[in-house]
Every structure is written in structure tokens, then in C-alpha cells.
Design a protein around this ligand. Structure first.
Ligand code: PMP
Length: 430
């Protein structure tokens, strides 16, 4: 059966009149793969129901948040109950302390957490805090890592920025750009070199501890540990951007799975249960620098919003009480990996599959994918054919080769096997 998307195309035509590019976030527009985006009407469990009447198996999970599947009942119920009581107060609620307590109990090495409204805000605020804490201006980031669309991060950024060919966005001033120093992912020597050349000036190193914004890229043995040591030697803070990995890889995120300690951790996606939430956390000594206790300013009218906190609380509570979900997701991801790898090898298609926990990406290249440069060696014409072939067979993959798949707990082994069969059918035609 071949799925068609006529109503989606009509909706996209209309949207382009009133919304820039027809979308509220660029990757949704399918520029990297061509064609019109798919319009979703509703979603339940592992499935998306499109405006065209198609049911798709979903591998993006809203780009990570829907780790328990769509419309997960306890989250839906919590939001409905919270809504009845009022949607925003701009005053403290007990729930904010409850979720902060839960986050601190799940995340290693942090004493306090501040809630914000997006991953972008979390990373932007974390860097300001690192600068305020150290009294230094410069930061080190890695090519192909994405930390949201705040000015300092749009320097060789991954995700949509690279998909759209603007890893360095116009509108970011030279003054801002000069304080963001770039290193290659998995290149520890380069990080050491940057530290030496900028002695006493680096406030922090920010990293995706498992990168998900140039496909999935795994830190090589010793890489994160080495940066940790360099930060300690040079008096800089190590910021883990766990917007993707937090509460997805394990209760304690990548800090737990890698055993490497961060000074500031940023969260987003899963922590909000599908509502707009980000957060940053650190030990008390660092968080004390934040207003109102300290001088580093950060604020938000809707921060700690009761609907968002209710959704996040229901989500995190479920994960905290059922940590076997993380292993079960990793098992599903391994099954998918094996199935796709076996199929592509049998069909004689060059590929690399990177996988860590429930994050996985397929790269059409014969070179190991360790950083942005090697991720960019992937054959994009093949990726486009692969993406559209899968879509015609009812499988929704990330519409760019520079994104990771996010598995959700509602996916069944039958869904995974259907996906592997679809890969076979798609590449069999090449
Ligand atoms: N950091 C990482 C690692 C991300 O993947 C993202 C978004 N994909 C962000 C930060 C920004 O989060 P948001 O889109 O919620 O602003």
C-alpha cells in the first residue's frame, strides 16, 4: 500500500501564506528531503494520525519528548486536572517544589533546578550562569552540536541550522561570535589546544554528551573524561546539554550512563511531558549566583507554569517508578539497528548506524561517523529516497539526515519489524 498526502499538501499551501515558510520551526518544512510536510491531526501511542487519514509509525516522538508514546494517559489526566484550576498564576506553587525535588533526586550532581520554557532558554541561561560564576566571557562548543537558537550557539550549529545551510546565522553579531570557540566533536587535543591559547578566558565547555543534532554521534572513550579534566585544570565549568538525553537514556541521563560529572546540566523535551519546558540544574554553590539570590539575572512570566509542571511531573514520576523502560527502549533500538543493518548489508548499501540507548541514526556512508565532518559524508540523495520511500509505507522518520530517531515506549516489536520490512522494500527498488 502506498500512502498519499494530498490534504497535507493543500494545508501547507495555505499555511505558507500566513506563516514564514509555512512552519513554526524550520525542520518541519521538509527542505532537506524535498516535498511537502505531513500534517498531523492527532496521535496516540506509537502512531501519528495525519490529516490525510493515514496512520504512521512515529520515530520522532515530537523530537524526543513523547518517550512514553503520544497522549500518555497519566500526563493527559494531569494536564486536564491542572487546567481546571487555572492556567497560569505568576506566583509560586507547591508543585514547583515537588518537581524540583524529583528532578534533583533523579539527576546526579545537582542540588537545585530552575525551570524555563524551552531547551534554548535553558542553554542560554546556563551559559550566562557559567559566565557570571567564572567571570569569564568565552565558551567552547562543538561543530554540529545544537543548543537552541540563542545567538552564541548559532556558530557551526547542527540540526535545522545545518539542514538549511546556515550553521552560522545572519543576525548574530561578530562581537557575539568571537566569544564562541569551536572544536571538532571527539577531538580532545583540539579542546586542549583552545584552552591553552585562551588561558584564563574560558567560562565553560558546552556539549551534547551524546550528540543528536548531526545524527546520533557517540563520544569516544576518554573524550568526555578528558574534557572534564581540562575544565578542572583550567577552572572552567563543564555544561552537559541533556535536552535530548535527559530522562531518556536513564533516570540520571548521560551523566549516569557515561559516569562523567557535569557542573551545569540543561534539560528540555522529556522533562515537560510534551508541554513547553526547559530547565537547568547545578550544585548549590553555582545556583546561588542566580537571581534573586545572586546577581546573574534570569526570569520568565510562564516559567514553572502549572500545566507544564503537571505534565512534567506525571512524565518523570512514571519514568522514575518504571526505570526498566530505559532498558526496554534500548532493546527496541538494538532490534531496529540489527534489522536495518542486516537489510542494508544484504542489499549492498553503504551505511553506518550509530546508536546509544533509544537514540539511533542511519548514515549512508562507508566512513565511521564520529563528528560533523564525517556525518556530512552521508549521501543525501539516498537519504531523500529513503525518507520518502519510508513515508509512502507509513513510517515517519526525521526529515533530515542530521537528526536522530527517538524511540518511544509504545512502539511494539511488530512495529519495528514492519519498519525493517519497509527498509527492505524501499532500498530493494534502488
Ligand atoms: N539542546 C539540544 C541538544 C537540542 O536538541 C535542542 C532542540 N532540539 C535544544 C537544545 C533547543 O531546545 P528547544 O527547541 O526546546 O529550544
Amino acid at each position: 500500500m502506498s500512502f498519499t498526502y494530498k490534504r497535507s499538501s493543500a494545508l501547507f499551501n495555505e499555511a505558507q501564506k500566513y506563516i514564514p515558510g509555512g512552519v513554526n520551526s524550520p525542520v518541519r518544512a521538509f527542505n532537506a528531503v524535498g516535498g511537502d510536510p505531513v500534517y498531523v491531526k492527532s496521535a496516540k501511542g506509537a502512531y501519528l494520525h495525519t490529516e490525510d487519514g493515514n496512520r504512521l509509525i512515529d520515530y520522532i516522538a515530537s523530537w524526543g519528548p513523547m518517550i512514553l508514546g503520544h497522549a500518555f494517559e497519566p500526563v493527559v489526566e494531569a494536564v486536564i486536572e491542572a487546567t481546571k484550576k487555572g492556567t497560569s498564576y505568576g506566583m509560586p506553587t507547591e508543585l514547583e517544589t515537588e518537581i524540583a525535588k524529583l528532578v534533583v533526586s533523579m539527576a546526579p550532581n545537582v542540588d537545585q533546578v530552575r525551570m524555563v520554557n524551552s531547551g534554548t532558554e535553558a542553554c542560554m541561561s546556563a551559559v550566562r550562569l557559567a559566565r557570571g560564576f567564572t567571570g569569564r566571557d568565552k565558551i567552547i562548543k562543538f561543530a554540529g552540536c545544537y543548543h537552541g537558537h540563542s545567538d552564541s550557539f548559532l556558530i557551526q550549529a547542527g540540526s535545522g541550522a545545518v539542514t538549511f545551510g546556515s550553521p552560522n546565522s545572519p543576525g548574530v553579531t561578530a562581537g557575539t561570535a568571537k566569544d564562541t570557540l569551536l572544536a571538532q566533536y571527539n577531538n580532545l587535543e583540539q579542546v586542549a589546544d583552545i584552552f591553552e591559547k585562551n588561558e584564563g578566558q574560558i567560562a565553560c565547555v558546552i556539549i551534547e554528551p551524546i550528540a543528536g543534532n548531526m545524527g546520533c554521534i557517540i563520544p569516544q572513550e576518554g573524550f568526555l573524561e578528558g574534557i572534564r579534566d581540562l575544565c578542572d585544570v583550567h577552572g572552567a565549568l563543564f555544561v552537559f546539554d541533556e535536552v535530548m538525553t535527559g530522562f531518556r537514556l536513564a533516570r540520571g541521563g548521560a551523566q549516569e550512563t557515561t559516569g562523567v560529572k557535569a557542573d551545569i546540566v540543561t534539560y528540555g523535551k522529556v522533562i515537560g511531558g510534551g508541554l513547553p519546558v526547559g530547565a537547568f540544574a547545578a550544585r548549590r554553590q553555582i545556583m546561588d549566583h542566580l537571581a534573586p539570590t545572586g546577581p546573574v539575572y534570569q526570569a520568565g512570566t510562564l516559567s514553572g507554569n502549572p500545566l507544564a509542571m503537571s505534565a512534567g511531573m506525571a512524565m518523570l514520576t512514571h519514568l522514575n517508578n518504571n526505570p526498566e523502560i530505559f532498558n526496554s527502549l534500548a532493546g527496541k533500538s538494538e532490534h531496529l539497528h540489527k534489522g536495518i543493518a542486516e537489510t542494508l548489508s544484504r542489499q549492498g548499501i553503504d551505511h553506518q548506524i550509530n546508536r546509544y540507548g533509544s537514540m539511533i541514526s542511519v548514515h549512508f556512508t562507508d566512513q565511521p561517523v564520529l563528528d560533523f565532518e564525517t556525518a556530512a559524508t552521508g549521501n543525501n540523495d539516498w537519504f531523500k529516497k529513503y525518507f520518502h520511500g519510508m513515508l509512502e509505507r507509513g513510517i515517519y522518520l526525521p526529515p533530515s539526515a542530521f537528526e536522530s530517531y527517538f524511540l518511544n515506549d509504545a512502539l511494539s516489536y511488530e512495529d519495528l519489524d514492519r519498519t525493517i520490512e519497509a527498509v527492505d522494500a524501499v532500498v530493494g527498488k534502488w
